[in-house]
Design a protein around this ligand. Structure first.
Ligand code: ACO
Length: 399
């Protein structure tokens, strides 16, 4: 066998693959996807079994270290994360300087970037102890910063984390608790949110994970790399789709045009009209995560006593699309984002927070990939080739 770098040197050939449709940029042992058959496994374990049996932090450990933790490893991991939830007070006040109407994803990426300025003792990607510390800090502080972004957007006072609570419950309280009265986390919300976060924990070389790897390949620190990932996730073709789905469903409802009419506009490729939450670069079958989320949607709304027309519209959209040749020929199925927004809305999150929830879920995957890359001695700086299409050489006109 011959590696691609040697082949390129020997032959002078460059492959052109816009959007990396068929180019593997790395080897990885973290997540397996078979897009034709709708299969997703974390470290070999089927996503359905993970969703049924695991917890967010246990799955995070599995992704990062490769095996399920023992009870004592998990409890030490959990305790360590709880001890790092507080933000430096100056960093907490940093949020005051940002506009209240900023998108929470922009606030989150700015906050994660700022971690490099406050925690300078954990920036060296080649020092295993510093790497461990930065991972713990990020896992502990990202949900706190996410809740601050939410509180800021609604003009409410920030709460301090409550380390007697689990990872997910602490996050829920930081979002929905107030300084005015005690707050009890609803176990239905807690269980459902934990399940959704688990379903988002990793998805191999998606755009945001590739961004984390590309930034990290320069030996940039974990905070800088993950901040890059958050920015990549924010776009509507990636994580931003969960917010875009809710906007689409709300627009369909408000316009009164009916679902079938909207589908016709999608098929006619009207500018800017797509079926958001549908289609996937890798899945050419039903996204296994979407199946699990759809199961949750009915159960959670019922348990919370919420009736939402948008869920009915989503189901009608899915039914029409799955029975329409346009979508069948292109193998377009609901992806993970299609039903999540309806559940997040029922929990009380505003649509602008949806992609932030995705970011919290995806954090363990970003960390696992960044760590895997840094531990691999064969890692090279990511540096794609280009096919130059500009002027070859010309003289400057005002010589
Ligand atoms: N609605 C309507 N048509 C679609 C959709 C869609 N959601 N997705 C793809 N198509 C059509 C395209 O128009 C194209 O048709 P054509 O061959 O007639 O030109 C064909 O299907 C192939 O589409 P591409 O854009 O080439 O597929 P690609 O793999 O590049 O894009 C993507 C994948 C970005 C996810 C796309 O399906 C999309 O835009 N979906 C909506 C946004 C979304 O839900 N993103 C979340 C993805 S999952 C995640 O990141 C968590």
């Amino acid at each position: 066998s011959i590696d691609i770098a040697t082949l390129t040197k020997q032959t002078g050939f460059t492959t052109f693959d816009s959007g990396f449709v068929n180019t593997a940029a790395t080897k990885s042992a973290i997540t397996y996807i078979d897009g034709e058959h709708g299969i997703l496994r974390y470290r070999g374990y089927p996503i359905e079994q993970i969703a049924q049996n695991s917890s967010f932090l246990e799955t995070a450990w599995l992704l990062i270290y490769g095996e399920l933790p023992s009870e004592s490893e998990l409890s030490a991991f959990d305790n360590r994360i709880r001890r790092h939830t507080l933000l430096h007070e100056d960093l907490r006040r940093f949020f005051d300087a940002l506009p209240h109407n900023a998108h929470p994803m922009s606030v989150l990426s700015a906050g994660v970037s700022a971690l490099s300025t406050y925690y300078q003792d954990s920036l060296n990607p080649k020092d295993p102890e510093q790497v461990e510390l930065s991972m713990i800090r990020l896992l502990a502080k990202l949900p706190v910063m996410a809740a601050y972004a939410h509180k800021k957007s609604i003009g409410h006072a920030f709460l301090y984390p409550d380390n007697s609570l689990s990872f997910v419950d602490n996050f829920i309280k930081l979002n929905f608790g107030t300084l005015a009265e005690p707050y009890l986390v609803n176990p239905v919300v807690s269980k459902a949110l934990e399940r959704l976060l688990m379903l988002h924990e990793d998805h191999e070389q998606n755009a945001s994970t590739s961004a984390v790897r590309l930034v990290g390949s320069t030996e940039a620190n974990l905070f800088a790399s993950v901040s890059g990932g958050i920015n990549a996730l924010s776009g509507p073709l990636h994580g931003g789709a969960n917010e875009a789905v809710l906007t689409m469903l709300s627009d369909i409802k408000a316009s009164g045009e009916g679902v079938q009419k909207y589908v016709e506009r999608v098929k006619n490729k009207e500018a800017g009209v797509r079926l958001m939450g549908f289609g996937h670069r890798v899945y050419k079958n039903y996204d296994p995560r979407a199946k699990l989320v759809k199961e949750s949607a009915d159960a959670v709304l019922e348990a919370l006593g919420v009736k939402d027309d948008l869920l009915d519209i989503a189901k009608e959209l899915e039914f029409i699309a799955l029975n329409d040749d346009y979508f069948k020929e292109r193998k377009l199925y609901p992806n993970v984002d299609f039903y999540t927004g309806v559940i997040y809305k029922a929990m009380g999150f505003p649509p602008r927070m949806f992609t932030v929830l995705f970011a919290i879920g995806r954090l363990p995957g970003w960390i696992a990939h960044w760590r895997e890359m840094n531990l691999d001695p064969t890692t090279k700086i990511g540096r794609p080739q280009q096919l130059y299409t500009g002027a070859i050489a010309r003289d400057y006109p005002r010589a």
